[in-house]
Design a protein around this ligand. Sequence first.
Ligand code: ZN
Length: 198
Amino acid sequence: MDYYSNQISRLIEELSCLPGIGSKSAARLAFHLIHMPLEDVDRLASTMVEARKNVRYCKDCCTLTDQELCPICSNGKRDHKTIMVVENTRDLAAYEKIGKYDGVYHVLHGAISPMLGIGPEDIKLKELIERLQGEVEEVIIATNSSLEGETTAMYISKLIKPAGIKVSRIASGVPVGGDLEYIDEVTLLRALEGRTQL
Ligand code: ZN
């Protein structure tokens, strides 16, 4: 990239580190940024830094939030005895969008994958088990229907069933390998309502 001046090259290089951004897109973004009003670039940069600094895991459900407790966990009107286990914060958002679920969540931030060397200790599973010491009536496992999602679901159900807590799995109306966030709301609601006890 010698044909660009040093700072432009560096900007392109940094941008191309982002997921889904190849060198062509990175160059396009870099030139776009350079032509943007300075105050807009300033705002964008500080929003990124602030979010990175302040966003953390919710103390209860491990979703990403900028408070100690996320808005769902701190909502007294939600049913705190029902916990839906999802793989990531985007899946949580997909269920929230339907607006029909009034329980709380637990975000694992991943799924067990022996192939990728991701074990139970690499996701927020310990935190889920700790939560089950409290008053919990049902755990709904809503991990994806991919191999990793199914492995994780099986692992969790084996782990918590002996505790006498009701464990259910969302219905398999969710296409195999489908990421929850891309599934339409009707399918998602059907999957939730048609969940089966494990
Ligand atoms: Zn929370």
